[in-house]
Design a protein around this ligand. Sequence first.
Ligand SMILES: NC(=O)c1ccc[n+]([C@@H]2O[C@H](COP(=O)([O-])OP(=O)(O)OC[C@H]3O[C@@H](n4cnc5c(N)ncnc54)[C@H](OP(=O)(O)O)[C@@H]3O)[C@@H](O)[C@H]2O)c1
Length: 250
Amino acid sequence: MTSSNNPRRVMLLTGASRGIGHATVKRFSAAGWRVITCSRHGFPENCPWEMGPEDHLQVDLADPQDTLRAIAEVKGRLDNEGGCLHALVNNAGISPKAAGGARLSALNTPYEDWIHVFHVNFFASIILARGLVDELTRARGSIVNVTSIAGSRVHPFAGAAYSTSKAALAALTREMAADFGPLGVRVNAISPGEIDTSILSPGTEKLVEQIPLRRLGTPDEVAKAIYFLCTEASSYVSGAELHINGGQHV
Ligand SMILES: NC(=O)c1ccc[n+]([C@@H]2O[C@H](COP(=O)([O-])OP(=O)(O)OC[C@H]3O[C@@H](n4cnc5c(N)ncnc54)[C@H](OP(=O)(O)O)[C@@H]3O)[C@@H](O)[C@H]2O)c1
């Protein structure tokens, strides 16, 4: 649903500067959405979509105070939109590695890394959703949390903090679907497998041999699923976690 005096839909997307987020902003802007993007860095030159620099917000989602500042800023930017937010996509994520790119296990992940990973991958999602609940409710909007195949099994490269943060985010999606549903806000997750972005580790090509579709996914294939979950085609879908992994989870 859109506000009566403004037919344009608006999305807030975290982690838009590359990878899956970048493909997502391209897909939604091509469909006429206004996309407010956020990440730590300023907007790159040669923005491939209109309004990119103006609609970008620099925020460090590892810092709860900075996330709250960003929420206030987003609210201001939605004034011209009748205070409506049609989609919140919690896509920003980090997957730190040990020296030399080694996997950080449950035994050797430093405490500071657990905290950092959980702030970006988990806490920021609920801080943003709670902070923008009025705007989402007004628009009868949709939230998509980006989890991971690593949230449901031990992964050869993804570390223990990353994987548990994604498992927590999957559980949070269930809780949020129950709590936001009565407000008319749908909450779902997408769980990518091996998608061709900079987050992948060397050696992923060996994993691909085990994937039924025998190839990496593309960022746009993930963006298409996010689009589905934010639009009318999925109007009765809430509390779902959609696997986008070429059958890797079977
Ligand atoms: N690629 C895969 O195969 C795969 C598989 C499963 C799940 N995922 C999940 O999909 C999502 C996107 O992954 P990707 O591969 O596209 O990752 P990516 O290429 O590494 O991009 C990560 C994005 O998050 C932003 N970001 C990182 N830390 C941030 C912080 N503290 N505050 C604000 N923004 C921050 C980055 O922007 P800045 O650097 O400008 O801050 C960047 O835009 C992640 O949640 C990831 O866990 C990916």
